[in-house]
Design a protein around this ligand. Sequence first.
Ligand SMILES: [Zn+2]
Ligand SMILES: [Zn+2]
Length: 436
Amino acid sequence: MLLKNGRIVDPANGIDRVGSVLLRDGVVAGIDVEDSSATEVDCTGNIVSPGFIDLHAHLRVPGFEHKETLATGSASAAAGGFTTVLCMPNTRPPLDNAQTVKELIARIDAESCVRILPIATISAERQGLASIDYDAVIAAGAVAFSDDGDSTIDSGVMAEALRATTRLGAPVMVHCEDRGLVGGAMHEGAVSAELGVKGLPAAAEEIILGRDLMLAEMTGGWLYGLHVSTARGVELVREYKARGVNVTAEAMPHHLIMTAEWVAGRRHFVNCNEPDGEPTEAPDALAKVNPPLRTAADARALLEGLLDGTIDVIATDHAPHAMSEKVGIPIEAAAFGMSGFEVALPSILALVRAGHFDIPQLVRWMTSKPAEIFDLPGGRLSPGSPADVVVWNPEQRWQVTPDALKTLSPNTPLLGMTLQGRVVRTFVAGNEVHAA
Ligand SMILES: [Zn+2]
Ligand SMILES: [Zn+2]
């Protein structure tokens, strides 16, 4: 396969120019190498980059296949340009032992069209109270630990997990939310007061993030802060990085461009110049996510954190839920989370169009940086690298409708809106796994 005439963006190799990429035998054979026997694909007007790597997604298997299956989840990832995805263990049963991890990997091998790497839990049954056999789950194929969806209550368990990171080379990925401050459905502030909906205070996230950063410093372990969403959270990560603590942090597209206003049905973007969406009925549970959409000042601080390196990567927190779990019920009863794979690229491109950063930076945060962090073979177009490649059009407009999405659960507050930027083709190991 010869991908011709596209703009090749490969930040790991400092490449940003028009040319051709040759894929052969499952690997990148070279750039601007001719091969008369190759099938040619014209990529004029499109960007050709390494496949995106998502370090944070929920694929719902095993146990919640009414929300997403490995077939629909991997098709959705491929449609969003993701060729490698790390999946969270808040499944039924949770991935807290080697056998469950092995069984999931066998299903992934049989059912997924992209590479999926499982994350094991931090605590037994994800209850936050007792540790698991960290060495055994890594030997079984897990690449990290997380009780995502909840915080790990017991600080001693967190400390033990952090000590394991040092010998296993796998991080502890933390969802930060103080259990004494939960019960809200949106960010606590002016909009929650206006709607009369109980809020989740920023402090609920910052208290646990602060604790976990201190535990990382105490143990010398590797902490990965999931979905940092507040300005103070960004400051905390910045402070502990400056202290030499081994901390990695991620931001989500929705926290960078949306605020709590969306829960009130006012679909106004921040940090970019995209036109507002049509108002929705308030409260809009499609905008209910955890951590919640916060304020414009928080979104600004997140963007600054991304630009100064405090935030290392952008990940999706793809969180499919059946529509019956999101709409037609009180917001308090609705599930937290947004379907994220297929709207991630256009969401981040809005920040490029607003001039905050350029396309090579976007590609770096979604390819080579996550690959570096997890020592993955992809994320670059070097000769011999896996032929995991995405071809995408930064200009193409498309409407977000359930039919336009491959995910089983189109629960995104962007439904109905027209976005700019779309994946055209996705290759994993040289095989085309998505074509628009
Ligand atoms: Zn979470
Ligand atoms: Zn998550």
